[in-house]
Every structure is written in C-alpha cells, then in structure tokens.
Design a binder for this molecule. Sequence first.
Ligand code: FAD
Ligand code: NAI
Length: 463
Amino acid sequence: MADQFDVIVIGAGPGGYVCAIRAAQLGMKVACVEKRATLGGTCLNVGCIPSKALLQSSENYHELLHGFARHGVSAENVSFDLGKMMGHKDEVVGANTKGVEFLFKKNKVTWLKGAASFKSANTIVVDGKEYGARHIVIATGSESVPLPGVEVDETQIVTSTGAIALESVPKHLVVIGGGYIGLELGSVWRRLGAEVTVVEFLDRLVPTMDGEVATAFQKTLGKLGMKFKLGTKVTGAAKTAKGVTLTLEPAKGGAAETLEADVVLVAIGRRAHTEGLGLDAVGVATDERGRVKTNGHYATSVPGIYAIGDVIAGPMLAHKAEEEGVALAELLAGQAGHVNYGAIPGVVYTWPEVASVGKTEEELKAEGVAYKVGKFPFTANGRARAMGDTDGFVKLLSDKTTDKLLGAHIIGPDAGTIIAELVLAIEFGASAEDVARTSHAHPSLNEAVKEAALAVDGRALHI
Ligand code: FAD
Ligand code: NAI
C-alpha cells in the first residue's frame, strides 16, 4: 500500500515549496518531491538568488572603482577576488536552501528525495516507491531554451547556470538574447571587466518592456560599456583553440559575419520542464509550447492533478509562482484563492534597475484604450541627486476617463523597490490622483512616483 498524503507537490521551487507550506498550514498532510540535492528550485539554487548575489558584489566593485569618486571618496589598488565573490554567492544560496528545509520541518512537510513520475492520476513513483494523494501538484518549473547549432557545454558555451559559476572573467563575453538573463548577467561580467556584446534577434531589448523604457535602458547599459547587435541572429558556433567563433546574420536576411568570443551565454528564453513526469501516461494535456494546460483554478485536464509556476502559462517569475502556490493551496482547502495577474511586477536587477507593473504604452495602444501619461525624471529628485544616481524616470499610465492606474514603468535607482507602492495602488484599483494625494517622505526616491502621478494631469511641482 502506497504512503498516502492529502497533497503531493512535485518540485520544490518557489511555486512548489510555497504551495506545500501553505497547504500544511491549512491542515493538510503534505509531501513535496524534489530531485535536486537542495530545496528552492531554479530560483534559490541557480536563478534569482545567486544572480542577485553576483549583481550586488559586482556593483560594489564597480561603484568603488567608478562611483564613489563623485562623493569625494577614493580608494587605491581597488581589486576583487572572484573566488571570494563566488564563495559569498554559494553561502547565500546555502543559507536560503537550508532555510526552506527548516520551513519544511517546521510545517511538517515531508521531503521525498528523488524524481517523481506519474503512475496514475493519484499515484506517483519516486525512486521505485509509490506514494498516493488526493491532489497532486505539478510545479516542475522551466529550463533554458537550446539554440540549434550552439551546443551548451557550461564552460565555454553556457546557460545562466554556467554564467554564474565562471572561473575567470572572460575577455569577451557574447550574450545571445537581450532579455532578463542576458542583461543581468551581461552587466555582472561587464562590471568585472569583460567586453560584453549582446546579440538580439529583435530590433530592441526586452520585448515585454515599455518601449520608451527599453530605449533608455539600452542607453544606460551602453554607458556601462555593453555593446549591442540588434536585429541579428546567431546561425552557428564553432569552438576554436582560443574560444568560440559565432556566425551571425541580420535577422531579416543578408550577409553573414563572424564574431569571436571567449565565452558565449545562451539566454533566449526558458521553456516548461515536464521531462520524465509521464504526463502522457495519465493524459495531462499540454499546449503548443509544452506548458501544462490549466483552467482558472490551476486544474489540469485530469481531475486531481494541478499545475503552477513556470510550467504553466504566464510570466516566468518567482513571485508569480509563489502567488499561484498559495492560491492553489487555499483552493484545495475550500477557500477562495486568487491571483491578480494585472498586478505582478517585473524587475530587471541591473543598475539602474528597471521595474514595471500593469500595461505598457504599446499594449494600451494595441488594445485601443485611451490613456494619459505622467513622467518624472530622477534628475529632478533631490535624493537621487544626493546619491549621484540621476539616470532614469518614472512613467505612469492612467485611464483617460476614469484616471485609474493602468501601468507603471520605472528605470532608475532602486526601481525594483520603488515599484511596490504602484503594485499596491494597482491591486487596490487606485487612480493616479490617489497616488498624487498620498504623502511621500522627503527626500525619498519615491517622491518621483508622486510627481509622475501629478504629471498625469500636468501639475508636477518640481519640473
Ligand atoms: P523552479 O524554481 O524551476 O523549480 C522546479 C523544481 O522542480 C526544480 O528544483 C526541479 O529540480 C524540480 N523538478 C522538476 N521535475 C521534477 C521531478 N520529476 N521530480 C522531482 N522534482 C522535479 N524570477 C524572479 O522573480 N526574480 C528574479 O530575480 C529571477 N532571476 C532569475 C535568474 C535566473 C538566472 C533564472 C534562470 C531565473 C530567474 N528567475 C527570476 C525566474 C525564477 O527562477 C522562476 O520563475 C522560478 O524559479 C519558477 O519557480 P517554479 O517553482 O515554477 O520552478
Ligand atoms: P527572455 O524571454 O527574458 O529574453 C530572451 C531574449 O532573447 C528576447 O529578447 C528574445 O527576443 C531573444 N531571442 C530569442 N531567440 C533569439 C535568437 N535566436 N537569437 C537572439 N535573440 C533571441 O529570456 P531569458 O533572458 O532567457 O530569461 C528567461 C526568463 O527567466 C525571463 O523571461 C524571466 O521570466 C526569468 N528571469 C527573471 C529575472 C528577474 O525577474 N529579474 C532574471 C532572470 C530571468
């Protein structure tokens, strides 16, 4: 007889582990299966957390080298120790993954170690042993999309996993894909001294970002010394004694050229990971992109089987996966779990950071929505001036008739933290005027948000 649980979650990433903890909090007997040696999924092991540790370390070095002088602070013989930087990153990862293990124990979630596959709609097999549950949740996440002709070896041609563990700073790093991963990790290695060239298929960076913000973003990354080849595709890679020779072509067709690299980072997106689960055997339907199909309540095509996180449709973000994990656990407990997909922020943790929530101007135009725009630059914000960090602006979009906030886009210092008040505003259905009437501490970066909200009706005070 198989061990029985109320809920078995497959995958202990931000979607899975949070779902398991919430279900346990609600009184259910829960197991979570994870095949990795540590909990926390892509995000804690090889994604969000290690990349942010390296972004912080490289930013510290870069500031000491180029930023502090404007404050009259100087240092001699500025250097860095890559081994120690990587050691710090590994410590941070270890503390976070062990933290999840502690939370499992605290909440009495059983960790089933190994890879799960379905035997039936309510039975899985892990390491030859069967486990049964009333509800089974697929939270198996995503993996890097491969690029034909550019074979990953994780040393010379790497995905993000290899790019957060390089043993030395490459002389020339070529990044294929100008999205979240390429720009974050490209800026890490640029700050540490690599020449960085980003090859992007489209004629702009981060296609999901507001166009005006993306243009400003490319300019700030250009100031850092990153180079861009937009509207260009990579058609092949050949390893040489010195590194890798890439063959490039204009995306619209034209003459081929070559580009020499020491290391190549392939970052052209991620795709749902369902390999080895045996979805076909139980009849769980997937869509044209291999993502598990779900209804509005995370139920798959098979009763009793659910799915959340990167393995289903929607933005591939840790906090989106977490929200879904909580909502599903609450639904399984008979409560009213819900995720507001209109209020999921997205942040690129470069410096300056780029943060957004809600609709972009391009989306509003495409949907034929009449809107107002309010903008305020950080050059006119006292705190940003004091920091010596005045690149960027806040841009708010509100409904032309009702003034309801529809989108918020920020490029600037700490944009990822500043955006939180606008996520809350959108969650609560606030108008731009509500934000404008809210007292903002002085002198703070968030005053730029208030000013942008005032600017929606042409009454900014400080510009
Ligand atoms: P995952 O975190 O991918 O976890 C799935 C887990 O399931 C894995 O541990 C896997 O081993 C396990 N698994 C798979 N199949 C099986 C099986 N059959 N049996 C047992 N276990 C299985 N998002 C952000 O919001 N902010 C960021 O700053 C950010 N930075 C990122 C940086 C990088 C370099 C990368 C690659 C991603 C980043 N992301 C970021 C995205 C974020 O990591 C994902 O959105 C998030 O991890 C998705 O969570 P998940 O629970 O759906 O899946
Ligand atoms: P991405 O979707 O963000 O960007 C991929 C880029 O590659 C796009 O600009 C796309 O046009 C381009 N591209 C696609 N095919 C190409 C080709 N053949 N040649 C050249 N360019 C090509 O994907 P990325 O950067 O791999 O990241 C995956 C996901 O991980 C992100 O979308 C995001 O959801 C998540 N992530 C989130 C982070 C955060 O929240 N800060 C950080 C890192 C990743």
